[in-house]
Structure formats: C-alpha cells, structure tokens
Design a binder for this molecule. Structure first.
Ligand code: NDP
Length: 333
C-alpha cells in the first residue's frame, strides 16, 4: 500500500478566496479519529449536491479549511481497530460527517470511525453501490417515509421534483418498481424521455408545476411526493397534496426558504416528513441498504451513471450548481 494518497484539496488563500487543487499527501497526515477506527482504500466516490457546495467552500457545509469533499465512499478496508471489519472487506461509507466536518471521499484513502461503516450487502456490486450512494440512500429513505405515512401504490399519484437529479431519478426508479404511479417534475425538457424510461408515467415542466398564487389550497392532486427542490416547489406541493397525503422533503436545490400556511395541515391532515440521511441510525441504515440490494434495487442504474475523473470534478461541480447536472457522476479512484 502506497504511503501517499491523492485527494481533492479545498483551501482558502490569503485573500479569503476558495482554491481547489489535487494534491498528494502522506498517509501519516490522514486525520485521526475516535477509536475504533478503520482506514479504507477508496475505490469509488461520487458527486452529490452537498459535495458541490463543499468544493466551493459553502460555509453551511465546510467549517474548517483545508477540506476534502466527498460524502460517498465504496472501498476496501486497509486496516481496522474493530475486529468486525477485516482487511480487504468491501464497505460503504456515506453520511455522518464524511465530506463535511471530516475529510471526505474525494481521496484515495480515508480514516473514519468504525461506527460509520456498512458492509457492502450481497446483491450490489461496488459500482452499483456508488451509483446509488447517498442519493440512492436518501431516495429510499423518502420512499420509506411515504410508506410509513400510509402512501401506498393505490393511494394515488406520487410526484418527484428535481426529477433528473441524483436523488430524484433513483426515487422515480424505486417508486416505479414498487408499483406507484409516478409524476416527474423537471426543468430539463431534454430529459423527459429518460424520465419516462426510468418509470415516470407523466412529466411536468417545472414552470408549469409551480403555482405562485397565494391561494392556501389548490385542487388535491397527489397522494404523496418526494421533494428535492424546496422553496416555491415545496409550497406548491403542500397545497396540492390530497387528504392524509405525505411529502418527504429532503432537498433545497431550488431554495431553502419556505413560505406557506397551516391550512394543508389543518384541513387536509397532510404530513411533511423531514429526511436526514447523514445521521440516520445504523439499524435503519442497514435495512435501507439491504432493500436497495434486493427488492428496491433500481433496474436502470447504469443508465444514470456518468463516469468522470478527479480532474473532471471542478467542471461537474459548476454544472451541478448551475442546475444543469443530471443522473449520477461517479469517480473511480
Ligand atoms: P442534483 O443536483 O443531482 O439534483 C437536483 C435537481 O434539482 C436538478 O437536477 C434539477 O432537476 C433540480 N434543480 C436544480 N436547480 C433548481 C432550481 N433552481 N429550481 C428548481 N429545481 C432545480 O442534486 P442531488 O440529487 O444530489 O440532491 C438533491 C437535493 O437533495 C439537494 O438539495 C441536496 O442537498 C439534497 N439532499 C439531501 C439529503 C438529505 O439527507 N436530506 C441527502 C442528499 C441530498 P430538474 O432540472 O430535473 O428539475
């Protein structure tokens, strides 16, 4: 095993501007973590919206510079203080503080607490697992929340917003596999046929979906929703969700603010279910990964994947922050 590793380095220069570079570091400089810890040779990482924010030094994500982004890792254990993980074992590391408070997976090696590690379940190859990554994990958590709140395939249509993005495109595939009638909302006309291929029965243009009127309730059209966009999209969803429906709210690609009224909650009894993948407890984490490896496994995963290199990441980050990215960009290390 080499005693240096390459990583994507984000730091602030003397003028306070964020600078990105790819550097080699000594393994001795890997950040130390609480024991028991595990050192992992990263085989795959990926690009998520949170990584795009981290790579540009967003203060809500990066508190300390220099930083290494990357909230997803599929890799092999190099050494472990915890006997439940053995050298060479293939593991998944996502969420917790990886790529946020802690140096992340845009790196050939990471050292993390053993409590963050999920063994790769049977039924997933390492490549499939990275195509899923945090995006797939979050999508599955959203679907679980809908089920938990009684939204079943025969309840009515389920909307997925930001449809061509990582989380949403996997949510569409899972919902389709489970027999739901999926409506995709997307701002990319050129992606409509792909969205239908992934399982959307109907695709609505983002501009036609958002309602900017101040009417507290609109006609009740949807039994549930997976919302990756927030802002006026989430406000519209709240007002169009049918009696006893549920919206799993996981994202803010369109804005972090929410202006609404309490009427959808009081008059239609709807539920707004918040989704946090980073700190999801381990029993639920394992259950979701097992689901993703078996009966919830999306059938068109390869169709989502765009393989890029560490050097391609700055351009991919810009594209994602401009809302032009689609599917899942994965990075072999
Ligand atoms: P992506 O960039 O892959 O997807 C976001 C999608 O949102 C885009 O593809 C686009 O889809 C749509 N979009 C982009 N900009 C706008 C805009 N200005 N207005 C409306 N829609 C827009 O990101 P991810 O799938 O990785 O993440 C999606 C969201 O979910 C992010 O906000 C991310 O932070 C959040 N997230 C939250 C997690 C949690 O634990 N709560 C975990 C993972 C992600 P289209 O053009 O088709 O409309």
């Amino acid at each position: 095993m080499a005693d240096t590793y390459r990583c994507f380095w984000v730091e602030k220069d003397a003028a306070g501007d964020v600078q990105q570079s790819i550097i080699d570091r000594s393994v001795a400089d890997l950040p130390s973590v609480e024991s028991p810890s595990v050192r992992v040779a990263v085989r795959w990482t990926s690009l998520n919206y949170k990584d795009a924010l981290a790579a540009t030094g967003h203060p809500g994500i990066v508190r300390h510079f220099p930083h290494v982004p990357g909230i997803d890792v599929i890799g092999e254990v190099i050494d472990s203080d915890d006997p439940q993980f053995s050298t060479g074992q293939t593991v998944i590391v996502t969420g917790h503080e990886l790529g946020t408070s802690h140096h992340g997976g845009w790196s050939q090696q990471i050292r993390v607490p053993a409590s963050w590690i999920v063994p790769l379940p049977q039924g997933l190859t390492p490549r499939e697992a990275i195509i899923l990554g945090t995006a797939g994990f979050t999508a599955a958590q959203c679907v679980q929340a809908l089920q938990h709140h009684g939204v079943e395939p025969d309840s009515g249509k389920v909307v997925v917003t930001g449809a061509s993005g990582g989380v949403a495109s996997i949510a569409i595939q899972i919902l389709w596999r489970l027999g739901y009638d999926v409506v995709a909302v997307s701002g990319k006309p050129d992606q409509h046929s792909r969205l239908k291929r992934w399982g959307a029965a109907e695709v609505i243009d983002r501009n036609d979906f958002i309602d900017e009127s101040k009417r507290p309730l609109l006609s009740a059209r949807y039994a549930g929703a997976v919302d990756t966009v927030g802002g006026t999209t989430l406000d519209t969803l709240l007002r169009t969700t049918a009696y006893r429906g549920c919206i799993a709210a996981c994202g803010l690609a369109g804005g972090h603010e929410l202006q609404t009224t309490v009427y959808p909650f009081l008059l239609r009894g709807i539920t707004l279910a918040g989704i946090d993948s980073a700190m999801c407890p381990m029993p639920q984490r394992l259950e979701i990964w097992n689901r993703l490896a078996s009966d919830w496994k999306p059938t068109e995963l390869e169709d989502l994947a765009n393989e890029i290199s560490l050097d391609d990441l700055p351009a991919a980050v810009d594209s994602m922050l401009a809302g032009k990215h689609s599917g899942r960009s994965i990075v072999p290390m």
